[in-house]
Structure formats: C-alpha cells, structure tokens
Design a protein around this ligand. Sequence first.
Ligand code: PGA
Length: 261
Amino acid sequence: MAETKRKKTIIANWKMNFTMHEASIFLHKLSDKVKAKRGVEVVLAPSIFTLQSLSLQVKKRQFKLAAQNFYWRDFGAFTGEVSIAQLKGIVDYGMVGHSERRHIFGEQDKDLRDKVAAALRSGIQPILCIGETANEREFGETGDVIYDQLVGGLTQVTSEDMKNVLIAYEPVWAISTTQNAKPCTPEDAEKAVEMIREHIRHLYGKKAGDEVRVLFGGSVDGDNAAGYLGVKGVDGALVGGASLKVDAFNSVVEKANALVS
Ligand code: PGA
C-alpha cells in the first residue's frame, strides 16, 4: 500500500530574539531568499509581541505564522497573558509545551492539554512538543516519557480533532541551548518518531497514526537537516538557533524542497 503523503513543515522558532525592527528586517530578508516548493510549508514563530505587525508584512502564501506560547482561557482577568483566541486570524499554529515552557516555566501536562484544546477550539493547529531530558534518557525512560507527554497533552483531543494536531519530538538534551547538548542521531530520532506514531495509532486508530505530522527538533541546521528530514516518519523540523540566520534557515528549507517531487 502506498505510504501516506504528508506535508513537510519547517518551523522557525525565534524564541525571545529580535526587536520589532530587527524582526521586520529579518522577515524581509527571508522573504527574498526562501522559496518553498509545493508540499513544503514554512512557518515562522516570532515572539508574541511582534506577531501582529509581522502578520501585516508576511506574504501568507510564503510563510505561515505560529505562536510560541499562549494561555488557554479565551478572555478574562489573566494579567500578562495572551490567549490563542486573541491570535485568531494572525496565526495558523500554536506551539504547546516546548521544553523551555516545561522546564523553565514549570508547565505541566494539565496546563498543556488545556492549551491544545484551546487552540483547536479557536481553529488553530496545536503543535504539541514532547521529548525526554538527558537524565530520563540515561535511565531508559524515553518511551515512557513520550507516552506520558502524548497522553497528557492529548487528553481532550477527539479522533476528529486529531487530524489538526502536529507533534514535535525534541529530545531536550539535543536542543542547542541546553548545557552539554549533543546531537541526536537520525537513528534515535527514527525510533522515537516511530514510537510516537505507534502511540497515536493505539489511541486514535491507524489512519490517525499514519497521517499525523511529526516534526523533529534539536540543533537542526543546514548541515544536518537532510539526515533528519530523510528519516522515515519525520515530516519536518522545528528549528531554533539556525532559524536566526537567513542562509542556515534557507538551507534547511532547501533540504525539505529536495525531498518533494
Ligand atoms: P535548536 O532549538 O534548534 O536551537 O536546538 C530547537 C528548539 O528549541 O525548538
């Protein structure tokens, strides 16, 4: 049977970088350089305060936008928060549970499942980020962590909604800003991504497991992207550090372009 065709998705996670002015100039440079082929989607995740302004500048056919984070209540007395309902019409995607949210800001599965549900309620596709720490990996807990974070984050997701959810596997120990970060081999990425699909099949049925877009993240750059993007079951990359450089990011997109006919 033919393999399910899934879109390649490359996400630029700018994290807390760029002033408004710098973000605008950077987007201008990216717009000149990055040409994604049909079948490749490029998503920019700038910091939340630049989103609205960039949404006016961005060519929507060239780049989609994502929120790096958001609060799960739609409106109300939640000082300092931005809800995904407020970002409706601006973003297509919302990242949920990035490891920096989990480990620096202490977000738990119970918070994340509400964010996944809030995004779906607002018609925005959640990207649930999961991945084990170096310690968990050392103790052989990778499979358990992946399972727990998936089940924890997807608790409120119905089979019908599952087609709008993306998963990003980001082993925390391979993220460039992590102390002593080391590269995840494509073989390790493949094992983890297959586990993820298997869990989704188990939870939502074979079709859902075959169709869900699963991205890899962790020090992806122009030099190693082909290796990760070539892994069976990997549909794209969540790029941090390398997404702050036009050439490096473009090179990742080019590697994805090379994989679609
Ligand atoms: P990195 O970041 O590419 O710099 O490792 C990825 C991420 O944290 O999303």
